[in-house]
Ligand binder design. Structure first.
Ligand code: DHB
Ligand code: FE
Length: 281
């Protein structure tokens, strides 16, 4: 049977990917950020997940206003990096797992989550930056990847609670898969940031940390927080944090925090990183 071995929460700030691609990670601005990621890289290298389910949002790259799936699942064999304006990132192509992807689609839809199934998918910084955070710059990514997309760009996004319940359904689906695979679930995006308008540059360190506390200790409470509060407190794009609730829902109520890191600013955003594992005691 497949099982969930870790939950990772990470912001997916595109400048992190650019720092990796342009060999800037040891420069004074970036070194503290990349040092803060090291324990996660180390622990994931020990756990060796076979598949990472990466929950992220497309930033008007593969999708646009013509097509806005609330939840979408990539079931293809390969997902090339998207050209976001500077050429595709020089990272390996992301390998999917069609058998597990179709299993997830079937299990989630039978569990009453009406997921959009995507065969052809290019992946933007929302997915490739978390891979760089977790695995650095390998020749090939060390695991298969299932992209799970959430609409947090165009109103109305799903509620935090719906995201949390989707995570719980993902756990049921994983545990119903007969192959003996280790699965990690990544929730990405956030934390506080606003990229445009009068409040551009907004960062709310106190709220972000309070929200992280709730996510770890009382996720049902974090899931009840509405979009208006999140946008007021963490900026218009801060609402991306609801995707971390999918990851949290896939874990036990009791978790241990293997690593927690927060750094401001990263570009014009807050950077948060969390590695959770199910409590064994
Ligand atoms: C930026 C973009 C993002 O998608 C994000 O989540 C954080 C920051 C940016 O353009 O700086
Ligand atoms: Fe984003």
């Amino acid at each position: 049977m497949a099982r969930i071995v870790a939950g990772v929460g990470t912001s997916h700030v595109p400048a992190i990917g650019a720092a990796v691609d342009h060999a800037k990670t040891q420069e004074p601005y970036w070194k503290p950020v990349f040092d803060g990621m090291l324990p996660v890289k180390k622990r994931l290298a020990e756990l060796q997940p076979d598949i990472c389910i990466i929950v992220y949002n497309d930033h008007a790259s593969r999708f646009g206003l013509d097509l806005i799936p609330t939840f979408a699942l990539g079931v293809g064999a390969e997902f090339p990096p998207h050209d976001e304006g500077y050429g595709p990132r020089p990272v390996p192509a992301v390998q999917g797992d069609p058998d597990f992807g179709w299993h997830l689609a079937e299990a989630l839809i039978k569990d009453e989550f009406d997921i959009t199934i995507v065969n052809e998918l290019t992946v933007d910084h929302g997915l490739t930056v978390p891979l760089s955070v977790a695995f650095g710059q390998p020749q090939a990514w060390p695991c298969k990847v299932i992209p799970l997309l959430v609409n947090v760009v165009q109103y109305p996004p799903p509620t935090g609670n719906r995201c949390f319940k989707l995570g719980q359904a993902i756990r049921r689906a994983v545990e119903a898969y007969p192959r003996d695979l280790k699965i990690a679930v990544f929730g990405t995006g956030g934390l506080s940031h606003q990229l445009q308008g009068e409040r551009a540059g907004l960062i709310n360190e106190a709220y972000d940390n309070k929200w992280l506390d709730a996510l770890v200790d009382d996720p049902a409470e974090a899931a009840r927080i509405g979009h208006v509060e999140l946008i007021r407190e963490t900026g218009s794009e801060g609402v991306e944090c609801i995707m971390w609730l999918v990851m949290r829902g896939a874990l036990n109520q009791e978790v241990s925090v293997s690593h927690r890191f927060y750094h401001v600013p990263v570009s014009n955003s807050a950077y948060g990183l969390l590695l959770l594992e199910d409590s064994t005691s």
